[in-house]
Design a protein around this ligand. Sequence first.
Ligand SMILES: [Zn+2]
Length: 535
Amino acid sequence: MELIVEDAVVITMAADAGPAGALLVRDGRIAAVGTPEQVRAAAGRGAQVVRLDGATVVPGLIDAHCHVADVGYLATAADCSQPSAPDIPAIQARLREAADRTPEGAWVTGGGYVEYKLREGRHPTRDELDQAVPNRPAVVYHTSLHACVLNTAALREAGFADRQPDPAGGAFGRDRDGRLDGVVFERPMFQLFERNLRQDLARMGSAERNRLVERASQQLASFGLTAACDADLRRDSFAAYAEADAGGLLGLRIYGLVVHDQVEWLLGAGLRGRHSGRLAVEAVKIWADGGMSSRTAAIHGSYPVPPYGSGILYFELDELTAMVREFDALGFQVCIHAQGDRAIETVLDAYAAVTAPGNPLRHRIEHGGSLYAPLAARAAELGIVVAAQPGMLSLLGDGFAEAFGERADELYAYASWRRAGITVAGSSDAPVITADPRLGMRDAMRRRTDGGRVLGPGEELTAGDALALYTTQAAFASRREDEIGSLEPGKLADFAVLDGNPLVVEPERIPDIRVVATVVDGAPVYQSDSIFPGG
Ligand SMILES: [Zn+2]
């Protein structure tokens, strides 16, 4: 089947090519790109024609680091976001509804609230959750996933007691008498989320698992995303993706980074490699340190703010080097989470002992927040790819500035990294922040925190470079630049239709550009207007 897309501004992202006016899709691939005349001439007589009224077509956007199963899990929770649930009584009503459909033994789960957007201007409390769900555990996750609220039954099941001191790396909210008010911050919250996700995945039947994967793909597709690297692939999430893929329900290409301690399982089960055009596992994920907002990223020196430490390094250099050597020898792309300069230095030392420029496995650093200039030069020299999250600049940038003091302007130095010769891929780390790459593009271009500070003036990217983060560069980081990332004949027909041109509008307006349709393999996986056949 052939499809002509015309009356469009086609941003191909192909090297040295300007925008085109039309493209031809044949059997799920791009068959021609050019002027409407050229494309019509290349098409057969029966080709269907879709006219886009001047809309912009960009290559399908790619999120190089996303927690896809977590996104789907939260998307299936009760919607407690604002403005949909404007106040705490609305959240209570959503939880009551959710309780009716939550199986026995599972926690009643809601997500997406922002305390300052609620009419009450504060977090809900355990007592308020108890009123809605009195006799079984209930939890509502904050949209940042750095906090949540538990009811009394959930606090009990999690083992959190009133007289207990705050746990390491986290805190409990308390009322005036010191009693837990149900709010849990940071590390105990991450552990709880992870535990609940794993338990719920294990309990789900195939219909529910499919729904989780579908909701994740739908949400990402609504942002124009057609592919994502899953930065935390495990046995249970792999099974969910594989099942959805086999049922034709996977509307997104997923390239898995399997967690390092599950490599043995993956190899033993014979599941390494490309399962289909939509699902592949050829990379390994390792964590070298913690996070920047929680000040657990391993840095030289110490943080100027509590808890004043120098972060946590999870592996000594010799351990890390042995892991990199083993996975490299097995033919895996190695992707190591490293945020602080001490962690990044250790990772580069490990890579230097094992890899050299031109290694086709293209080992990566995930995040790379404090990849300061001398480290960036080393990374470039070794051919290390960086998967970064520009959207954190607005959403988490004020916290970074507080934690990094005078070095804050050196964080995520995208323009300098590019000049050093590093391939920088765009990503979100969703659900830590939204998976919306429009926000990431804007932040890569203006670097303004929500508090109004410009972090790292001079490190702003041009619109073309910002779009490249989520297209050509992310395709390279996924080792798929021969198939996706640009619109060229022979490549897969993955693209997004936008009602504005991100290369032309003010950076501030990019998040307002509407995604009209998202197309994978030439077929729509999302459309706000029914313009493509087959959706
Ligand atoms: Zn992550």
